[in-house]
Design a protein around this ligand. Structure first.
Ligand SMILES: [Zn+2]
Length: 400
């Protein structure tokens, strides 16, 4: 028995005026997803409890069957796990975006998709300007970097789980004035953000970017604080050995913490220009040596963040053609299987950010009795099986 989960991140959306009232999932041509809906069932799940942040961290934990009410302790610790960083009981991980802010307006939460090399250089100089020995900047991929606070029982971090900061992707084109970190330890974080402003101003990396007509990284934005969560292994819970295919550290981290192997795919970018075919092929190639594989594609979410409905539809169609199609074909050739397609959370192009609410799913395979639905989209899924607690979907998906 083989299982595959395909996650088009942020695919769920609202009806669009520009699409004559259709959602991007309805407007996109998705023959393979529709065929799964026809062969199996559709339904809708809610992966993010109201009181937790709407986003990939909580949503994907839930989607993989872990109740976020019990296990979610912040986003950054998951990304630290992705990089193989172990956190002690007094350590905190903090997400450290490189951003472009102009006149108090968040121009870009990605600093214009700054390259990893440029980010590394900026953070190295920020580290040099940081005398506090407990602080460590960890460069990641592009704008997605981390700050670690290495605490001890004698010198505990000043923040708490109540410390708040707005995720920078929620601030695109908005004023940031009210959204700096607040609560316990926020002075400390705000000081660091101001320090970065000084270090990055007139930095050679930024001067070169401005010269090339790119946005400069004006400063760091600190958010997503937390300590390491204790997740029981997926194999222990379900008896299945898993692999994760993703270009995003958050998903790599969840995979590590639940005991899944990570498959790195050349050409996978975490953006709309990702190599869809290569990701589909990697899943096909690895099915012989895993019981369950999850393929996560960030592209639809990124298209929504940019408010680009055309790019979103294009990404969905590429996922259908280059990933869902070949993977489903391979599964059928192997014998007993189940396949599940579901986004983690909605990311409406209208708001350009993640939201709470239901996502549509479809699944097919061994011993799944088909329902009457024949397309995969939000309105159809809304007539199907309801999973108001998204983490319960996994028990429905996995055949006991
Ligand atoms: Zn997401």
């Amino acid at each position: 028995m083989k299982y595959v989960i395909i996650i088009p991140d942020g695919a769920a959306d609202e009806p669009q005026e520009s699409l004559v009232g259709k959602t991007p999932l309805q407007a996109a041509k998705l023959p393979n997803m529709d065929a799964i809906a026809t062969a199996g069932i559709v339904g809708y799940a809610n992966n993010v409890p109201k009181h937790l942040p709407a986003g990939s961290a909580v949503a994907n934990m839930s989607l993989l069957g872990y109740d976020p009410n019990e296990f979610f302790t912040g986003r950054a610790p998951l990304e630290a796990a992705a990089q193989g960083i172990e956190l002690g009981p007094d350590d905190w991980a903090i997400r450290c975006n490189l951003v472009s802010i102009d006149n108090q307006i968040m121009k870009s939460f990605t600093a214009g998709h700054i390259s990893s090399e440029e980010a590394k250089e900026l953070l190295a100089d920020l580290q040099k300007a940081t005398p506090e020995s407990e602080l460590e900047f960890i460069p990641g991929v592009s704008y997605r970097n981390l700050l670690l606070y290495r605490g001890t029982p004698e010198k505990r971090a000043p923040f708490s789980m109540e410390t708040r900061a707005t995720p920078p992707h929620d601030l695109t084109d908005k004023s940031v004035g009210e959204d700096f970190p607040r609560g316990a330890g926020s002075d400390f974080l705000n000081d660091l953000m101001s320090r970065s402003l000084e270090v990055f101003q007139n930095h050679p990396v930024n001067n070169a970017r401005i010269h090339a007509n790119k946005l400069p990284a004006t400063n760091i934005w600190l958010w997503g604080f937390g300590r390491t969560p204790q997740l029981p292994s997926f194999e222990k819970l379900h008896g299945l050995r898993g692999k994760m295919i993703t270009a995003v550290d958050l998903l790599r981290g969840i995979a590590s913490l639940i005991g899944w192997e990570r498959v790195e795919v050349e050409g996978a970018t975490g953006y709309t220009d990702t190599d869809y075919q290569a990701k589909g092929q990697a899943c096909v190639d690895h099915l012989d040596s895993a019981d369950i594989i999850c393929v996560h594609i960030e592209a639809p979410d990124e298209a929504s963040h940019e408010g680009d409905v055309t790019a979103k539809i294009k990404a969905l169609e590429a996922i259908d053609r280059d990933i869902v199609g070949p993977v489903w074909k391979k599964l059928k050739s192997l014998g007993d299987y189940r396949i599940l397609v579901t986004p983690d959370h909605p990311t409406p192009v209208r708001t350009k950010t993640h939201s709470h609410g239901f996502v549509p799913f479809t699944m097919a395979g061994t011993e799944l009795i088909p329902d009457e639905h024949t397309t995969y989209d939000e309105p159809t899924a809304g007539q199907g099986l309801a999973k108001p607690q998204g983490n319960e979907l996994m028990n429905h998906f996995i055949l006991k």
